[in-house]
Design a protein around this ligand. Sequence first.
Ligand code: NAI
Ligand code: MG
Length: 357
Amino acid sequence: MTQIAVLAGDGIGQEITTQAARVLQAVAPDLTLVEAPVGGAAYDLHGHPLPQETLDLAQQSAAILFGAVGDWKYDNLPRELRPEQAILGLRKAMGLFANFRPAILYPQLAQASSLKPEIVSGLDILIIRELTGDIYFGQPRGVRVVEEGPFAGDKQGFDTMLYAETEIRRIAKVAFEAAQKRNKKLCSVDKANVLETSQLWRDIMIEVAKDYPDVELSHMYVDNAAMQLVRAPKAFDVIVTGNIFGDILSDEAAMLTGSIGMLPSASLNASNQGLYEPSHGSAPDIAGQNKANPLATILSAAMLLRYSLGREAQALQVEQAVATVLEQGLRTADIYSEGTQLVGTSEMGDAVLNALG
Ligand code: NAI
Ligand code: MG
C-alpha cells in the first residue's frame, strides 16, 4: 500500500488540494490518500501548526500533497506558532534538501507573460535549488562591533556562506538524475570567480558529472544566469544551484511565465520522499469563493507521481490533461483572457478529470 499525506492548510488550500486529490486518485486508484490538518487550521484545532500526528503521518507516507498555509489572522502569534513554521518543520524533520521549481509556460498562456511570446512561449525549464545549506543557515552569524579600519565602532551584520562536500554531492546527484529524465542538459550556477564556496561547488559538480556521462554539464556565473533567464530562457533545461542563488533565480523564472496559479514545486529528501505544493501561497483574498486556480496543485501531484513514486506514465497523463483543458479554452480568473471560457476551481478540476481519458 502506498500512502500519500494530504495536508490542505489554509486559505484556498482546501479547495485546490481537493481537486488535486481527485485527479491523483483517478490516475492512481491504488494510492491511499490520508488527510491531516496543517498550518493555521492545525493551530486552531490543536494549538500547533504542525501537530505530532500530522508530522508522523507525513513521515510514514511516500509523499505529501500540500496546499498552502498562512493567513493575516495569525500575524500576531509568536514565530514558532505561525502557520509557515509547518513547512519549515516538515523540511527539517524529513531532511527535504532538494527544491524543484519548474517554470513552464504553456503556449496557450503566452500572453500572460510580460516578455515577448517568442522568448517565453513553450518555456519548460527546471530549477533545482539546494534548500538546507548556504548563507541562510551558516554559522557564525550575528551583529558585532567593528574593531578597526574605516568602519571602526560601527555595528556590523555578518553571515557565513558554507557548503560541505557531502551537501554539494547529494544535490548534484539529484540534479543529474533529474536531467537524465529530461533532456540530459544540466547548468550549474555559481559565483566561482569570487566565492570559495562556489569553487568547491564547481569542483564537486565536475567530479559527480563523471558518473553521468550521458548528461552534458555546463557552468554559469549567477549574474550572467540572471541575465540569460530573461534574454533566452529556453536555452536552459535543468539548472542546479545553491540556496540563496536558487531562491532568487527560481522566483525570477516563475515571473517569466506570468501565471502564479500554474506553477508546481517539490522538495525531496535522499529517499525520494517529497513535499509537493503549488509555488503560490494561501491567497486569503479569494479563499472560499471557488475562484482559485487548482492547476499548480494538480501539476504538483504530477510531480509527486514522477519524483516520489517513479510513475512517469501517470505523471504525463496528468500533465497532458492540463494541456488539454487549456487547449479547450478553459480558464480560471487569474489566467483569463478575452475569447476564453471563465470557470471556477471545481469546474477546472472536473475538466481535468474528464481530460484524463
Ligand atoms: P499568494 O501567493 O497567496 O497570493 C498572491 C496573489 O496571487 C493574490 O492576489 C492571490 O489571490 C493570487 N493567487 C495566488 N494563488 C492563486 C491561485 N491558485 N489562483 C488564483 N490566484 C492566486 O501570496 P501572498 O498574498 O503574499 O500571501 C498570502 C498568504 O500565503 C500569507 O499568509 C503567506 O505567508 C502565505 N504563503 C504561503 C506559502 C506556502 O504555503 N508555501 C508560500 C507563500 C505565501
Ligand atoms: Mg523566494
